[in-house]
Design a protein around this ligand. Sequence first.
Ligand code: NAG
Ligand code: NAG
Ligand code: NAG
Length: 257
Amino acid sequence: MFFKFIVSISIVVLVSAARIPGPEERIVGGHYIPIEYVPWQVSLINDTNHNCGGVIHSDRAILTAAHCLSNVRTENLLVRAGSSHWRKGGQLVKVLKAIPHEQYCPSLQSNDVAVLILESPLKFNRKVQKIDLAEETPQDETMTLVSGWGRTQANATYSWPILQGVHVALLDPTKCKEVYGKDVICADNLGRGICSGDSGGPLVNLKDRKLIGLVSWGYGGCARRNPGIYADVAFFRNWFNKTINENIQSITSDCKK
Ligand SMILES: *[C@@H]1O[C@H](CO)[C@@H](O)[C@H](O)[C@H]1NC(C)=O
Ligand SMILES: *[C@@H]1O[C@H](CO)[C@@H](O)[C@H](O)[C@H]1NC(C)=O
Ligand SMILES: *[C@@H]1O[C@H](CO)[C@@H](O)[C@H](O)[C@H]1NC(C)=O
């Protein structure tokens, strides 16, 4: 729930102890972004509160971060698509199944990805669209867009009501993986970037408009501390495909009983 404050900045501490789950991990230093610009963005709502971001993969499947599923019950989860406001508008659909990655490790924040299967399909329109997944981890210095309803300052106590977005530069993926793990990519967070409440949301390559990352975690102080860490979508591509196929099939066969 809390985006914890890390005091030490030694590399050892960064790697071992600082992978802090932030189920409420708003964009700092961003600007209002109409949902039409990022129609793949959804809000994952727990009971009545914005909990995390998510991304539309198909009319029945949403991608998000695994840590967004801790301390929530699937029957309390809703997805709002097609609105710049997480509290109102668009399409509100119940989550039928929430599937975190089998190897998700909360203490390391590794494999921090999950799939949500919706109870009824989303209706695509100009505010509700799926996004294609990147086939390969992008190269250094790719310009990207991240969006979300997370906090606008590290010390804020609530999710921001209106969607925000900010451009961030990808950091050298090879170096990022060496330090933070083979399943993640890093983006420059200096002064602008992710904070509590953005988790599970989309990092999109501006060149080809493909999904390259899902917001995973960052350090206390939010965008003032580098880097922002994202699950590498290309790395998890097969897992997403397999997990969605298996779970959509099981729903179809349940219906035939
Ligand atoms: C989700 O909502 C339930 C019911 O209101 C609450 O008990 C729980 O703490 C919430 N979980 C998170 C992660 O906020
Ligand atoms: C919150 O943080 C901002 C920017 O870091 C600062 O200007 C503001 O005074 C802080 N507010 C509180 C209540 O600490
Ligand atoms: C996803 O999986 C299905 C069936 O397992 C396969 O036919 C399809 O080619 C896969 N798609 C991608 C993009 O990997």
